[in-house]
Design a binder for this molecule. Structure first.
Ligand code: NAG
Ligand code: NAG
Ligand code: NAG
Ligand code: NAG
Length: 363
């Protein structure tokens, strides 16, 4: 009896090993598009304590350590992604086109609405895909060779949208007006995915936006004395989460449409929102002892959320909590490495990407 269990365990673990080996060999490269949630060095603005937990110096990542995309790279056996602007680099195992502060929509969209003052990078979905298209020949040669190359690559398109909505909200527009951006934003993401498919992508992950109503930044800036404005179980700001939810509903519709148009391509939704919501409802389940709504690196003692716009992380007057792993929020907008690790696990192994990235069923 005992022996057979040992044998069984051995079989299970060697099966697991060969499975993960074959899976990690499945992808030759990883390409990412997005904003500060996944920028790994195209824009480097802040200094330490950004990077303190893992890299020991600031790499441009908006966190204390690794991002979701770093854990995805590790999970599929590829190196951390270099920013596409890296000098003298080899991009044969992938590249990252994400830019801090990138909206999905182009400059003109905001300019027409009197909102372009709030923008400081031009790196919309289409502009990021343009850069990818320009870089491709140096990686894989002629278009047909690149199709073969990309047929073995994983592409992650997003998260996009957070900065489009920030630009409207910080520009003083009502949530109703900002909601009217969502059909444009999700359309732009879908167009980007479609262009990538045209270049040869066959395996695409499209992340949702986060629970923006749970960001300490929004909770602090748009606080309210009306308890009805907050989710009873989460404490998050309802109207901002409703905006996220609306965006994500439209995004799923676009994905559905693309799947019907391109049945041979795997296009998977990655649910940042559901995981963020669960962090807010069950923070202790994940070891987030200080709840999900207090910033680790910020202004300690400032209101309920430890956040002060004038003493942000790495600015004068801010300080870091003793253990970032006990917090969801790193700096009021971006999450800690600990939160990213949990999110990536849900994408690699389920349930927040379906089928999960490391499943054999879709290989
Ligand atoms: C570029 O990379 C090559 C190979 O890694 C190295 O030998 C060379 O010194 C690098 N050039 C510059 C300018 O960094
Ligand atoms: C973005 O593009 C617009 C229009 O082409 C230009 O006016 C603006 O200066 C650019 N912004 C940046 C930060 O490059
Ligand atoms: C909102 O935040 C401001 C600034 O911290 C504070 O003065 C005010 O009392 C808060 N309002 C409510 C309703 O909590
Ligand atoms: C931060 O504080 C230091 C020392 O008090 C001062 O020299 C510096 O100018 C301050 N920086 C900012 C951005 O306020």
């Amino acid at each position: 009896m005992k022996l057979s269990i040992v044998v069984l365990l051995f079989l299970v673990s060697s099966f697991h090993l060969s499975l993960s080996l074959s899976l990690s060999q499945r992808y030759n490269a990883l390409f990412n598009f997005g904003d500060s949630l996944s920028d790994t060095g195209n824009v480097v603005i802040a200094g330490l304590p950004y990077g303190m937990t893992y890299f020991g110096h600031h790499t441009g990542r908006c966190s204390d350590g690794r991002l979701v995309i770093d854990f995805i790279a590790e999970g599929i056996g590829l190196p951390h992604l270099l920013p596409n602007t890296a000098k003298n680099a080899s991009f044969h195992q992938g590249a990252n086109f994400a830019f801090i502060a990138a909206p999905a929509l182009p400059f003109d969209f905001f300019h027409q609405r009197g909102l372009s003052k709030g923008l400081w990078v031009n790196a919309s979905v289409h502009e990021q895909v343009d850069r990818f298209e320009k870089l491709l020949p140096s990686i894989c040669g002629a278009p047909q060779e690149c199709k073969d190359f990309l047929s073995k690559s994983l592409l992650v398109v997003g998260e996009f949208g957070g900065n489009d909505y920030n630009t409207g909200i910080f520009g003083g527009r009502s949530i109703i007006e900002v909601s009217t951006f969502a059909p444009h934003v999700t359309q732009a993401v879908a167009e980007g995915v479609e262009r990538l498919i045209g270049l040869g992508a066959v395996d695409v992950i499209v992340p949702s936006v986060l629970t923006i109503g749970c960001f300490p930044l929004y909770l602090t800036l748009y606080n309210s004395s009306n308890p009805e404005d907050y989710g009873p179980k989460t404490g998050c700001a309802r109207k901002f989460n409703a905006l996220s939810w609306y965006h994500n509903t439209l995004l799923r519709r676009q994905i559905h449409r693309l799947r019907q148009k391109f049945p041979a391509v795997s296009i998977r939704y990655a649910d940042f929102y559901a995981q963020g919501f669960d962090f807010a409802i069950n923070p202790l389940k994940y070891g987030f002892k200080d709840g999900a709504l207090r910033t680790c690196c910020g202004a300690p003692g400032m209101g309920k959320y430890n956040f002060n716009l004038h003493a942000k992380c790495d600015q004068n007057g801010s300080s870091v909590c003793p253990d970032p792993a006990t917090h969801v929020s790193w700096d009021g907008i971006h999450m800690t490495e600990a939160a990213h690790r949990i999110i990536a696990r849900g994408w690699l192994h389920g349930p927040y990407v379906d089928p999960p990235i490391l499943s054999s069923s879709n290989s």
